[in-house]
Design a protein around this ligand. Sequence first.
Ligand SMILES: C[S@@+](CC[C@H](N)C(=O)[O-])C[C@H]1O[C@@H](n2cnc3c(N)ncnc32)[C@H](O)[C@@H]1O
Length: 217
Amino acid sequence: MSADRQSLTSERFTEYYAQPTAPWDIGRPQQPFVMAVDRIGQRVLDIGCGTGDLAIWLAERGRAVTGIDFIEPPLAAARRKAAERGVAVNFLQMDALAVGEIPERFDAVTDCGLFHTFDDAGRAAYVRGLARLLESGSRVLLLCMSTAEPGTHGPRRVSEPEVREAFSVGWEIESLEPNRFEVVPGIAGAEFSPGGAHAWFAVIRRTGDSATSCQAA
Ligand SMILES: C[S@@+](CC[C@H](N)C(=O)[O-])C[C@H]1O[C@@H](n2cnc3c(N)ncnc32)[C@H](O)[C@@H]1O
């Protein structure tokens, strides 16, 4: 199991976004989501949406997208970008741990770089919230940094068994493949493997109903 660490705080992310560029903010969606677009249903919740590149890209492809983030600076940038590109995305400030309370229904959740920010307790609470949010058949598409990435700088590394364990009850892992997490080059302290940080890309289908998730909680 990868070492537990405290969940990254909103203050820490505010510091990241105060830099000229946050290391993950590459200005376009990460490639695994582009390749998997056919598995992303019509109503999408992009959790930890940052400055909105994935949410906007999906909206440009006809999806009805809500993007949430727990701090305002990236959301302001995301709203600006969406306006410039003439697409409608519902960007909201909200904690990912509260998604279980959202009354709307979604066909897919996209999580690009959020799962790996949680400590063990936060991760479990996050997945419980997803289970409450999503009905049977909806999918979670998730890109997180993998234990194959050397070093300890940047986000917590996640092992394959950890992904499987987190989604073991009430979910089916449709695919879980090694992949890469592209980062902005040349940022001190955010140097990762050539070709991108080693990552897991998972497509996970909800099989249980909310009652199952309450039992699992
Ligand atoms: C690594 S960044 C990825 C941003 C975006 N998905 C991307 O790929 O560019 C993680 C994002 O999740 C947000 N975040 C972290 N913890 C969160 C939480 N508990 N609730 C909502 N957003 C959170 C951060 O503010 C940040 O924008």
